[in-house]
Design a protein around this ligand. Structure first.
Ligand SMILES: Nc1ncnc2c1ncn2[C@@H]1O[C@H](COP(=O)(O)OP(=O)(O)OP(=O)(O)O)[C@@H](O)[C@H]1O
Ligand SMILES: [Mg+2]
Length: 216
């Protein structure tokens, strides 16, 4: 997928200034970078919920989007899944897969942070999308839930062959899941490449400086 250049300016400050990105079909792309580097801004623009400078992007195709913060509807956990059009049995099966079946009848507003994120991902992955945009999907999850979510995402990806943009602060997650890694700094793309190359043999000094904070 070849994207046009993308810029976003807030009150005269350019928070995103990207060249035409090339995303590889059927590959998970981890987007890494410090707080404020523009990761969510990119995710929101690609998801079509935020206009870049100069107006909306040409359609990148139907995409599934999990925002950094999700707000479930004020109804039961099970009904939140059924809003996608899923039948009761399918919705229950999905809750079971995500370890949420014990909470099916509970109001979704009462879920913990990690449970809310699990519900959001469970809901998203009920449908097949050619392009998935996940903004820190596991940031609020414990280790077991994170590994389960990763497994279910990999299964989904293998089944659908979708292209994925995955924003994450976890380099171990990027290493486990991603084929490609994009490193953003202050709204710019510093480096993109094969995951092992960017994470272990970064070409750019800025990438090395960022990775030095992690003991990979
Ligand atoms: N509506 C807005 N108005 C003004 N500035 C904004 C707005 N939205 C985002 N920004 C700024 O744009 C920059 C990039 O924000 P963005 O949310 O994309 O960062 P991020 O890389 O996702 O960070 P984090 O790791 O904290 O989630 C930040 O400095 C932020 O303050
Ligand atoms: Mg963000």
């Amino acid at each position: 997928m070849k994207l046009p250049p993308i810029c976003k300016t807030y009150a005269g400050r350019k928070v995103l200034d990207l060249p035409g990105l090339e995303l590889k079909d059927g590959v998970i792309h981890a987007v890494i970078g410090a707080n404020g580097s523009g990761k969510s801004t990119l995710a929101r623009i690609l998801a079509g919920v935020l206009e870049p400078d100069g107006g909306a992007l040409p359609r990148v195709g139907p995409s599934g989007y999990m925002p950094q913060r999700s707000y479930p509807f004020r109804m039961s956990v099970l009904h939140n899944l059924q809003l996608t059009g899923a039948g009761r049995e399918q919705a229950m099966g999905q809750l079971k897969a995500f370890g949420l079946d014990g909470l099916a009848r509970q109001s979704a507003k009462g879920l913990s942070g990690g449970e809310t994120a699990r519900l959001a991902l469970a809901r998203l992955l009920l449908k097949d999308y050619p392009f998935l945009i996940l903004d820190e999907p596991t940031a609020a999850m414990d280790v077991a839930a994170t590994l389960l979510a990763e497994e279910l995402l990999l299964q989904y990806q293998a089944r659908t062959g979708c292209t994925v943009l995955l924003v994450t602060h976890s380099l171990t997650q990027a290493r486990r899941l991603a084929g490609q890694v994009l490193f953003l700094r202050e709204g710019r793309l510093v480096e993109q490449g094969e995951a092992g190359q960017v994470l272990f043999h970064p070409r750019r000094a800025e990438t090395r400086a960022f990775l030095d904070f992690y003991a990979l």
